[in-house]
Design a protein around this ligand. Sequence first.
Ligand SMILES: [Cu+2]
Length: 504
Amino acid sequence: MAISQARTSPTTSAGIQPPRDTGTSRRALLGGGFALAGSWLLTGCVPAASDPAIPGGSRWPRGSLTDQPIVQKTLRAAPSIIDLGGTLAEAWAYNDTLPGIDLRANPGDLLRLNLDNQLPSPTTIHWHGMPIPNDVDGVPGLTQNPIQPGQQHLYEFTAPQPGTYFFHSHVGVQLDRGLYGPLIVDDPVEPGRYDAEWTVVLDDWLVVDGQTPEDMFRRLNARRPSTTGTQAVQLSSRNEPFFGDAGDIPYPLYLINGAVPTAPVTHQGRPGDRVRLRVINAASDTIFALALGGHRLTVTHTDGHPVKPHTTSALYLGMGERYDLLVTLGDGVFPLVAKPWNKPGHGLALVRTGSGSPPEPPVQLAEFTGQLTQGLDLYPEESSLLPTRPIDARATIELGGQANPYRWVINGAPFGQNQPLEVVDNDRLLLEVVNTTTRAHPVHLHGHTFALDNGLRKDTLLVPPSSTTAVHLDATNPGTWALHCQNEYHTKAGMMLTMRYKGR
Ligand SMILES: [Cu+2]
């Protein structure tokens, strides 16, 4: 089946075309699960990934290259009643869909994305993982003023290197109302060793019975040690990494592609198909373990960067992390399960290649009892290594705080009271991320990717509790950038810092 697509014509006009979406429903958007790579793009010159016009670093051209293909879309952020599969939710969503409209481009395309704010609150959009110019990064009060209700704002930038990205509101905890969507940059020189490609978006869903993320944040913030019990801590088994007491919110629902487990989205395939899963954890407060019953998964990319193929029964995804997986499908009906760390419930989708009955929830998978993979277990492909060069500067950031009282900080103080991390343009920086807390935090740096000691490239890294992780990065994208925990509630509480460029 086809995904809603816009086909536009080349234009030199700076004006915004009216939205060409066709009001696709959640079912229509992802029911078949097949993504049509690049088919909505304009015809014309599509540079190869190795084209010298598309640099390998972060200094991407802003656009308006001759014959530059354009991907143009209006993203209307608005309150919307979404059918999660028999459960109606009062979401805030882009173009009335969950998990958001499907945006695709090729490297070098001009993305011309118009935010139409029909929400009752100011908003912005952040293009998560994309090394794009600072002024289109979508952080309110840092890179732009928030867009007021009834106003529009044009984001225009050149699509960077291929990868699985996503976009979401960067205002408060709006992401947790449903303001997110996948953003895929296809690889024009992709060998195409797969028969189909499915985008899989995981989410923790709060908005039922009038409960809002803003109410939840107020409740968390009102916690006092004397009145609030401590959360049960799930002890790590021998086979599991340990994320501590991660997760403050017991969500009523967990979604895969906008559907509850009792009405799961079904991905159709054929036995023997090699399928690429592009998995995005769009949750606000939930680390998921993901497995496909009866199958092994081969991790091929994380946060868009190729890794040495790593085959596993199941893997963990922190909030904001993306993993591309290759799977060879068996014959039958199989559960794709997203199991929240340290919380009851699960998300479910189905893969159907033959006859059979789907499993009834709750689904228990043997795959979760094996060795589970996390990002720190992966090794980079050669093509994703940072160039070898000496370290010019070192810095440390310290993640601190606790859930009772609810206080999350970086370098001893909440955002606004902590000192920006200063970097010099073109320096190679070694940054030590020290987690002094009892839980894992997915640390996300805007506008850059970093490399672990083993070379693995990431832009969002799940840093385990009471641990230190060194990351290396090249300061090649000037601006003032957000560095924060991708737990939206932690960010709102203050777990954020700016990384600011200064001159030599
Ligand atoms: Cu955090």
